[in-house]
Design a binder for this molecule. Sequence first.
Ligand code: ATP
Length: 610
Amino acid sequence: MSTETLEFQAEARQLLQLMVHSIYSNKDIFLRELISNASDALDKRRLAGLKDDRLRTDDLHVDIAADKDARTLTVRDNGIGMSRDDVVGLIGTIARSGTAETLRRLRENKEPAELIGQFGVGFYSVFMVADKVSLLTRKAGEETGVRWESDGDGTYTIETVEDVPEGTSVTVHLRPADEEDALHDYADEWKIREIVKRYSDFISYPIRMGDETLNSMKALWARPRSEVKDEEYREFYRHISHDWSEPLDIIRMRAEGTFEYEALLFLPARAPHDLFQRDARHGVQLYVKRVFIMDDSRELLPDHLRFVKGVVDAADLSLNISREILQQDRHIQMIRRRLAKKVLSTVKDLMRNDPEKYRTFWREFGRVVKEGLLGAPEDHKAILDIASFASTAGEEPTTLSEYVARMKDGQDKIYFMTGESRAQIENSPHMEAFRAKEYEVLLLTDPVDEIWVEAVRDFEGKEFQSVARGAVDLPSGEEVSQERSGAYAALLTWLNETLDDVKDVRLTTRLTSSPACLVNDAEGLTPTLEKMYRAMGQELPPVKRVLELNPEHPLVSGLNTAFEQRGAQDAELTETAELLYGTALLAEGGDLSDPARFAKLLADRLARTV
Ligand SMILES: Nc1ncnc2c1ncn2[C@@H]1O[C@H](COP(=O)(O)OP(=O)(O)OP(=O)(O)O)[C@@H](O)[C@H]1O
């Protein structure tokens, strides 16, 4: 078939441009990326070989060959290879989620190098050192191969070729070395040796140059901890996570006995873009006796720790194990429990020993970890221990133990309020009495907060209490006197009948400056939760709430007097009641059901005051 010339997809072109104009100071990494891709392709071939014994898998390896005269460097693997469609789809486009988004931000940002670290650039990094790249590949099991060539200028050529060995070989036509630009001579065997040793030593297949094997192939988790350098851990982390920033912490575990396994886990320093997408990938890979079995193993860590990256190497599983079997395996469930516990206790250690790192962790992953409060009772205590929340006590987030230590004499509850933003909660009328009496209130603004507070009762015996729900009885609060209640009884009954949208009307001491507020009774949905459900398209009956009145406020006491004098038939009073309800709703950031009517009533009233 003749040669076809195709264009790179727009985003791929942008990424290529960045590479050609080389934004990285470290160009050596192109070789690491090529080897990493080769290693992935060998993993895939090995797995395919387990199912199809016609596929040979006895000599999987990577070959590196340099030609100083021709100024080329070739990286060849006998892995799974690519079909023509694979090449067009995988090399000609960027399919990875988040890349387009990152590129957009890159263009707006002044420090690209910092940002681009958020995703692996993979194959394209080769254009930092190449003025032309030629890729020859044949997919395992297919008859013909494919040649792909590009000089990184926006187009590539592709043609079908015969007599190609299975696997992939990438030939890099090197640009002239330019030491000033950190562009080394990559046809130099010494340089190649150095790069492989530094970045790819742990790759589990031999990386050969001539007769020499350049890497030790030792799995990091199988080596004594004291022998592994931090640098090696970091490289391994990059290899499995495609995250270029350093991990916050490294966790190693080993279990011996009836069911042996080793784990090497990393806490990333940055949340990936897709953390909250429904099908977000998990970060743990499963190995069996040093052999890669699968990535994205959801069975090895609960969903609320899906951001943890790493490897679990179990000694006693079959190499053929399927996801279905994993899900039911009792030992896997046990590993999952132990790993989850260990991750959470590691975060607790960070909290004590490295508060800066802890804060980074919680900022990036707190929202995910809190999901564990919805469904994993065995982790609740550990999660509450490491959680921190915004609070009225200051600008910095507080932990629950710190909150408890600051509780006032006689206070036996942990007060919180949920809402959409700190400002909205702080300004809500519900906070008034708490502010006046100086009770600390946690300000919970993550959507997940709305839900976990329903599921978790207490922290160390101190119950959680919403300040916007049910009747509040502050320990030092005065109750509404009997006399007062009596004097307002008729008004409350009338309001209750007049206002269709409320469930009940009562007096309160929770307000100091506002006339009224709306509270949920103990079971009702909070307004934010109600909005969330509706946004998700759920049909809900209207949620009715309790209108609480501040008898100290002139509007409320005035309304009571007017009601006593003019009685229930007065249309103006009905409008005042409506306005009172509307302002309570607006004050907490709620939506009026008929804003036009409210605005008109208000404007008519105001007109009389000018
Ligand atoms: N040597 C190879 N053999 C088989 N497939 C390959 C090879 N190199 C690349 N590919 C395919 O091309 C895809 C894109 O590679 P690329 O390096 O750009 O991204 P990646 O490896 O998926 O992720 P990252 O950018 O984080 O490295 C790979 O996912 C793989 O499917």
